[in-house]
Design a protein around this ligand. Sequence first.
Ligand code: PLP
Length: 410
Amino acid sequence: MTSPEQKMGPRPTDQRIRDVQDFGEEGGVVPVIDLAATSTFLNPLDMEKTFHGELKGCYLYSRHSNPTVNAFGRKFAALEGTEAALGVASGMAAISCVIDQLVQAGDHIVTQHAIYGGTYALFKNVLPRRGVSVTFVDLGNPAEVEKAIQPGKTKVIYAESLSNPLLRTPDFSGLKALKEKYHLKLVVDGTFAPLMLLPTELGADVVVHSCTKYISGASDMIAGVIASSAEMIASLIDVNSGSVMLGGAVMDARIAHELYLRLDHLPVRIRAHSEAAQFLAERMRESGVKVTYPGLKNHPQRSLIDAQFNTVYGYGGMLTVDCGTSNLAMELASELQKEKFGLYAVSLGFSRTLMSCPAVSTSSEIPEEEQKQIQLSPGLLRLSIGLIGDHEVLWKRFLKSYQKVMPKGQ
Ligand SMILES: *Cc1c(COP(=O)(O)O)cnc(C)c1O
C-alpha cells in the first residue's frame, strides 16, 4: 500500500485482540460453546437477588446473558477500546435497540443525509410512529449540525464512521464539541471501517456494527454488536427496562463463538481488503474512471480522513464508481459478473467482491429529490472489494468490462 502517506508502525488494536484469552474445558485453545438457555441456581435466594439486580455475575437466562456471548463481547470491547460490548441478532438490532434505549417520545435525533438504507427507513418511517423526529444533515459540516440541534429536545447525533454509499466521514472533533455543549450522545455505526476508525477514540459514546459484513467476513450469518460503557451495556440488558433484553434481539451462542474466533484474523483481512481496493482505485483513477475511495489523494475529505483514520489498516475495501446512469451501472456490474470480477449482490465485507447499485437498491428508500440534493448519482456502482485474487488480473478484467460498457470519452 502506498498513497496517501500511510502511518506504519505498531498496531495496538491487534495486540488488544490478541491479549484476550479464553480457554475451553481441559485447556482447549478455543472456548467452548455454552448452549444452555437457562442456568441452575444452587441457592434459590440468589435467583431473587439476581432478578432485583442485587447480585451480579450469575447467569439467569440466555436472553439476558450467556457465557459465550459475553466472551465475544469482552473480545470485541478490547478491539473497539470500550469498557464493554454486547453481541446482538443483527446490525439493525444493534441500531434500533441503542436508539430505543436513548430516546423516547418527543425526542429528536440529528443524523447524516446519506446513511445505510435500513437505518434511513427506520429513522424516516418507524421512529415518527414512536413520536421521535429526525433531521438529516451533512455531518461533515458542524455549523449545519448545530443549526439542526434543538436544545433540550435533541438527544442523539447518529453518524456512520464511513458513510454508505458516499464514503464520507463525519467531522468528529466538531461533533464532539457539539455533543458536549448540548449534552447529547454520539452514536456511530462503524460497519464500513472496522479497526480503521475507532469512534470512541474520537468522542463517540456508543458504537454499533453489523457483524454480517467485515467482522464475519464470510457472508454466512446475520449478526450485530454494540460497544460502549459498562453502564450503557448493563442498561441494554436490564431485566425491567433493557431494549435488548425486552426487545429480544439477542445473539445466539453459536454465532458468538464463530465471531469470537474470526476476530483474530479481522486485522489481517482488513489489510488485505485495503491493499486490493487501494490498488484497483489507483488504476481506475489513472484510467479516468470516476472512482471514489478514501485512500485516493483526490478524496474530497482527504485531510479529515487522514486525521481520523488509523491508517495502518489502510482505507478499507469500499469504493464507488460513477457510471452516470443506473442502466450503465447495472450493465457494468453484469459484465463484471460475467468476467468473474465480482458478484452482483447487496452487502459487503465478503472475501469476494460484491457489487450493487445503491440508487436502485440499498439507498432506494431515499426519495429521488433527496438523492439529487446529496449528490447520490443514480449511476453509482458500489464495490466491496474482496481479499483474494491477483490484483493485476482483477484490474485487467475490470478495464475490459469498463471499456466494453461505457460510451467512449467517459
Ligand atoms: C448492513 C448494514 C447495517 C445493517 O446490518 P444487518 O446485519 O443487515 O442488520 C447497518 N449499517 C450498515 C452501514 C450496514 O452496511
